[in-house]
Design a protein around this ligand. Structure first.
Ligand code: ATP
Ligand code: MG
Length: 597
């Protein structure tokens, strides 16, 4: 796989990478271990790609390790379908990346190390060097027994207590940022009593919501997260990974730092909203009096994109309400959707590298992502001709019943891509938009009496416009100049416009799905319901006329339709010899034009 993003460019620099470098320089760690910890309650989206690229990138740059960890401590929202999609998507996004950077392919090494759990680490070097690799994630739920033991340790030390307040009272007692909280009446419970109650919580003696385990910190802290946060709650629910083994489940703040410690994570990188949780992260780990070095949490700004919603809850709503065809609908910002749309993984990585990592939240123009896709495909996608909205052209000067093959370049950006033969004949289709009966001044395409160049073909002139009784345009009658074969003008005359075409007698037809942005507003979440600005024109299907070679596009193949954009043979709906195409992205940012005009 050619991968311009990783092996020809220097490693990126940002404030987190600077911290890692400094830690290595100071000898704080012998090996860097990062993690990507999605909750399996939905599909991964382009925002997650930013986090994956950061965490995997840092591991790869320092020959370290990045763990894929299912942060699966909430039994009611999580599903095996999500676990599997996450594994698949992370695999897809990272394949072909690390081996290029590390040159492991040539070394052929498969360094697999053992984790503290005795399970093989998800070792980026290992998986990258193994084609067709499968990636074994870690599960936070595998640590439930350790979490429980650590919780017992906190109770024994007087750092946690069982509280009988109802969920509503717990909230009310917590106060607000500008108002201190009040101590729970159960705060001074003895460790012995808490221990007994906690064991009985685990044994299933109490119903949901009856009791919680809380950290004993400071109900007057200005940071509300430190006001005796809940560490465990009762949930009689089946878990996708642990079944019915547990009826108490740890909260995120307890499970996360402890999971990081168990796995030997050195740098626990998350998004800015967790900055206020960091004191709690450190408090818990410190109170546990652990023997090994502690992980540290660092925060960066999450990715927001224009014309895109990113929250899993909202994406789930789009799927559930059937606004889109599924999580992998090509208009979705999920990795499954972007892949189905035809976005190459390397373009997503290039995008993540380009936006960088900072502490300042902002919104990135989705046009930037589309540009990365264009740049990648401009290098790699073969050029083909297709007409989406046909207008018939008869070349009255071209002999009837005859034809010829013209040479066309497969990719002007890549001389190694070679040429192909394109059939030419008397009857052609051109794009309807390439003809105007009454053109404005600078219209350099076809118009009555005007000349234009057919790409790889001849210069033609429009002699006559044929219409039906109602005055509707039927076809054009043109003449060609035989001396201009291949588009040359031996007499040196200037022809400004070049248009694409297909031979009507040879072309094949295939469905083409023209996808557009899913939302019409730059910030769909700005005012009111995000569904109000759902773009009703985000999918249009046409039957396109194509040069015959396009019928052979394999499912999953990417091509440029000249002058129109990049297209993808849908891997699900295409059949051999009968592709169904998606528009991946146009050649230019048509939205930027609309906004500017
Ligand atoms: P959402 O808010 O979309 O539901 P989440 O943060 O709940 O997402 P997780 O599965 O918990 O999703 O996320 C896994 C990791 O990905 C976390 O470390 C999180 O910080 C990171 N992440 C999630 N969304 C983004 C984003 N938009 N940009 C960068 N990183 C993100
Ligand atoms: Mg989350």
């Amino acid at each position: 796989m050619s991968d311009a993003d990783t092996h020809t460019q220097p490693a990126p620099r940002d404030f987190i990478r600077d911290i890692v470098l400094e830690d290595l320089r100071a000898g704080r760690h012998s090996r860097i271990v990062t993690r990507f910890p999605p909750e399996p309650n939905g599909y991964l989206h382009i925002g997650h790609a930013k986090s994956i690229c950061l965490n995997f990138g840092i591991a790869v740059e320092h020959a370290g390790i990045c763990h894929l960890r299912m942060d699966d401590t909430n039994p009611t929202k999580e599903e095996v379908e999500y676990v599997e999609s996450i594994q698949h998507d992370v695999n897809w996004l990272t394949a072909g990346w690390a081996e290029d950077r590390l040159g492991l392919k040539s070394k052929g090494a498969l360094p697999v190390s053992q984790s503290v759990q005795g399970r093989p680490d998800f070792h980026i070097e290992a998986i990258a060097a193994a084609p067709g690799r499968t990636l074994e994630p870690f599960y936070a739920s595998d640590y439930f027994p350790q979490f429980y033991d650590y919780a017992i340790g906190l109770i024994r030390r007087g750092s946690a207590y069982v509280c009988d307040l109802s969920p509503a009272d717990t909230d009310a007692y917590r106060g607000a940022p500008d108002r201190p909280g009040r101590n729970s009446p159960f705060r001074d419970r003895s460790p012995e009593e808490s221990l007994d109650l906690f064991q009985r919580m685990k044994a299933g003696e109490f119903p949901d919501g009856a009791r919680t385990l809380r950290a004993r910190i400071d109900m007057a802290s200005p940071n509300v997260w430190l006001r005796d946060p809940v560490l465990y709650r009762i949930r009689h629910a089946e878990h996708h990974h642990t079944g019915n083994a547990w009826c108490i489940y740890p909260m995120y703040d307890f499970a996360h730092c402890v999971s990081d410690y168990i796995e030997g994570i050195t740098h626990s990188i998350c998004t800015l909203e967790f900055e206020v949780h960091r004191p709690l992260y450190d408090w818990i780990l410190n109170k546990l009096e652990l023997p090994r070095p502690l992980p540290h949490q660092y925060e960066f700004a999450r990715l927001n994109l224009t014309y895109t919603v990113m929250s899993k809850r909202k994406l789930l709503q789009l799927v559930k309400e059937r606004r889109v065809s599924g999580w992998d609908d090509p208009r979705m910002p999920t990795l499954a959707g972007l892949r189905r749309r035809g976005y190459p993984a390397s373009a997503l990585r290039q995008f993540c590298r380009g936006i960088g990592v900072t502490k300042y939240s902002g919104t990135t123009d989705v046009g930037l992502l589309e540009n990365c896709v264009r740049q990648e495909l401009n290098r790699t996608a073969p050029r083909r001709s297709a007409v989406l909205n046909p207008l018939e052209v008869i070349l009255d000067t071209y002999p009837e019943g005859e034809g010829e093959m013209l040479d066309a370049l497969n990719n002007p950006e890549d001389s190694a891509a070679g040429t192909r033969h394109v059939p030419f004949s008397r009857r052609l289709y051109i794009e309807r938009e390439d003809f105007l009966e009454n053109p404005p001044k600078k219209f350099f395409r076809l118009a009555p009496g005007q000349e234009v160049r057919l790409r790889y073909g001849y210069i033609i002139r429009c002699d006559r416009v044929e219409k039906d009784a109602e005055g509707n345009l039927l076809r054009l009658h043109c003449s060609h100049d035989p001396a201009t074969r291949g588009g040359n003008t031996p007499d040196g005359r200037k022809i400004k416009g070049t248009i694409h075409w297909v031979s009507a007698d040879h072309c094949v037809c295939a469905p083409v799905r023209l996808y557009d942005r899913l939302f019409t507003r730059e910030n769909p979440e700005e005012a009111g319901d995000f569904l109000d600005c759902l773009n009703s024109d985000s999918l249009q299907t046409v039957s396109a006329h194509m040069e015959p070679a396009l019928a052979d596009t394999p499912p999953g193949g990417r091509v440029q339709f000249e002058r129109l954009g990049y297209f993808f043979a849908d891997p699900v709906d295409s059949r051999p010899g009968a592709p169904v195409f998606h528009r991946i992205v146009g050649l230019r940012d048509s939205w930027a034009k609309t906004a500017a005009s």
